[in-house]
Design a protein around this ligand. Structure first.
Ligand SMILES: *Cc1c(COP(=O)(O)O)cnc(C)c1O
Length: 384
């Protein structure tokens, strides 16, 4: 199926899928095999060894490419494995400009692993994309953004970053995990590589760890496929099958995530004990206009602070919720609650954290697709 023949909601069900040639099975089989028999040396059907190719993975890669409006997809054993592959496009001496409100694991990979290999990372605020240019020099090779960001829900203008990247011949990488392709397709706005932790919304059921890259440029695809095969961080076929199963309902789930997210954002804003509510859909969100331009909805990720801004008060709320489970991760059908200051962002010094707006009482919600009345009642009894 060609990428752009159908609308997203149809592509989510059909892209990349053809009935299994052996049996006609409508669902893609899990090709649980490590190798493929050849008729003679080199005489094979495009499959030689399962690190290099696997038919279940091929179907998922094609499906992900289609739903991100890209030409090529590549799958990895986790979002971090996908991230690792992208940084391996670089060589010692190269520099990367990275948005400073970043997934903690990405920050750790860059600062604790790749900094030792001579790659330099500049972490800067990018809510104003014009800020990027001053950090570009002759060694700069890449701009790395995440939008919306975790947990502060900042929004970065993808098209503005793309103009800068193209003017300086840099690769623009966009981590699209938070939005998912239902809400945002960064390649349409000029990104060169889209990155996913498919563990989150794409998988959608908190039952698989998986990562993916999507791109349009064939030479980038060739280099990344070479890294994928050489370094070997490929997903197993069963995990690919789980993600394939997950994406078939992405649109239905995201619709409900958005509806529930909007209702909870408004509920929290009206609560007397709640301080700030960070949600991309509010008109007063500093980059709401950019969000409207590049997103088709505002999602179910919400952060909020308490007027009584201290860790103990936040922990009381976290311990009291019954439906919102206290856990890391996001994007599953069930609602989750987390406390960045003591969980995902505990390694950041308190002053730096607070300077960036990540205050002691900040609570992050991944709003699931349960009944909205039950979710609001759970928050009501927990916040008190
Ligand atoms: C979870 C996450 C990752 C890492 O993905 P894993 O699948 O956990 O390896 C990267 N970026 C963002 C925005 C994430 O939320």
């Amino acid at each position: 199926m060609s990428n752009n023949q159908y609308k997203l909601n149809t592509k989510l069900i059909h892209a990349g899928i053809t009935p299994d040639p052996t049996t006609g099975a409508i669902m893609t089989p899990i090709y649980q095999t490590s190798t493929y028999v050849q008729a003679g040396p080199g005489d094979h059907k495009g499959y030689e060894y399962a690190r290099t190719q696997n038919p279940t993975r091929t179907v998922l890669q094609d499906a992900l490419a289609a739903i991100e409006n890209g030409k090529y997809g590549l799958c990895f054993g986790s979002g971090m494995a996908a991230t690792d592959a992208v940084v391996k496009l670089l060589a010692p001496g190269d520099e990367v400009i990275v948005s400073n409100d970043l997934y903690g694991g990405t920050y750790r990979l860059m600062t604790k692993i790749f900094a030792n290999y001579g790659i330099k990372f500049h972490f800067i605020g990018m809510q104003d994309a014009g800020n990027i240019t001053q950090y570009i020099n002759s060694n700069t090779k890449m701009i790395w953004i995440e939008t919306p960001t975790n947990p502060l829900l900042n929004v970065i203008d993808i098209a503005a970053c793309s103009v800068i990247a193209k003017a300086h011949n840099l690769i623009l990488v966009c981590d699209n995990t938070f939005a998912s392709p239902y809400l945002q397709t960064p390649l349409d706005h000029g990104a060169d590589i889209v990155l996913h932790s498919a563990t989150k919304y794409l998988g959608g059921h908190s039952d698989v760890v998986h990562g993916a890259l999507i791109m349009n440029d064939s030479s980038l695809e060739e280099r990344l496929r070479f890294i994928q095969n050489s370094c070997g961080a490929v997903p197993g076929p069963h995990d690919c099958w789980l993600v394939l199963r997950g994406i078939k309902t992405l649109h239905v789930r995201m619709q409900r995530h958005c509806e529930n997210g909007e209702a909870i954002a408004h509920y929290l804003r009206s609560h007397p004990k709640v301080g700030k509510v960070l949600w991309v859909g509010f008109e007063e969100h500093p980059n709401h206009e950019i969000a409207k331009k590049q997103m088709r909805g505002f999602g179910g990720m919400i952060s909020f602070t308490l007027k009584d801004d201290n860790i103990d008060e936040a922990i009381k709320v976290l311990k009291k919720t019954e439906l919102f489970a206290l856990a890391e991760s996001l994007g599953g059908v069930e609602s989750l609650i987390g406390h960045p200051a003591t969980m995902t962002h505990a390694s950041i010094p308190r002053e730096d954290r607070i300077k960036n707006g990540l205050v002691d009482s900040l609570i992050r919600l991944s709003v699931g697709i349960e009944d909205i009345d039950d979710l609001i009642e759970d928050l009501r009894q927990a916040i008190g």
